[in-house]
Write a protein that binds this ligand. Structure first.
Ligand code: DQA
Length: 145
């Protein structure tokens, strides 16, 4: 396993920065990648950010992580609340997994309160805005040290 951290993002997060900015803010996924790369770089690690609107593509990235990632940060977006397939894929991954939500899902609609991914995640960060990704990378670096 290399020092690479996978940062996986689910549907509609390609629109981050434009989509519902009152909830998700003005920063883009490119900003997230840059900030996370800086945090990882201080520890000599690398990040690889991936986003897809397709559940199967996220499952396949998690399979790839089995060979290539020392840890996974995942914001499954709406798939958080629906996807047994992503949970099963994460259960087949041995490294640490941190679930991130930009918004505080617990302050929002009740259908956002349940997460399949939380059944596997080693930690969950919600409501810290996009800074949650940086916090997750910092925590993963500690876990894989
Ligand atoms: C989200 C919260 C989810 O409920 C929602 O479907 C998203 C983004 C977040 O980052 O706050 O798309 O995961």
């Amino acid at each position: 396993m290399s020092g690479c951290i996978f940062i996986l993002n689910g549907p509609n997060l390609n629109l981050l920065g434009q989509r519902e900015p009152a909830i998700y803010g003005h920063e883009t996924l490119t900003d997230v990648e840059r900030a996370c790369a800086a945090v990882a770089g201080q520890a000599g690690a690398e990040v690889r950010l991936f986003q897809s609107n397709h559940e199967g593509e996220i499952v396949e990235q998690i399979h790839l992580a089995r060979e290539q990632a020392a840890g996974i940060v995942i914001n499954p977006a709406a798939f958080t609340h629906t996807s047994v397939a992503i949970l099963d894929a994460l259960n087949a991954y041995d490294g640490p997994v941190i679930e991130v939500h930009i918004s505080n899902v617990h302050k929002r609609e009740s259908f956002r309160h349940h997460s399949y991914v939380s059944l596997r995640a080693d930690a969950v960060i919600a409501g810290c805005g996009v800074q949650g990704y940086e916090l997750a990378v910092a925590r993963l670096l500690r876990l894989i040290d």
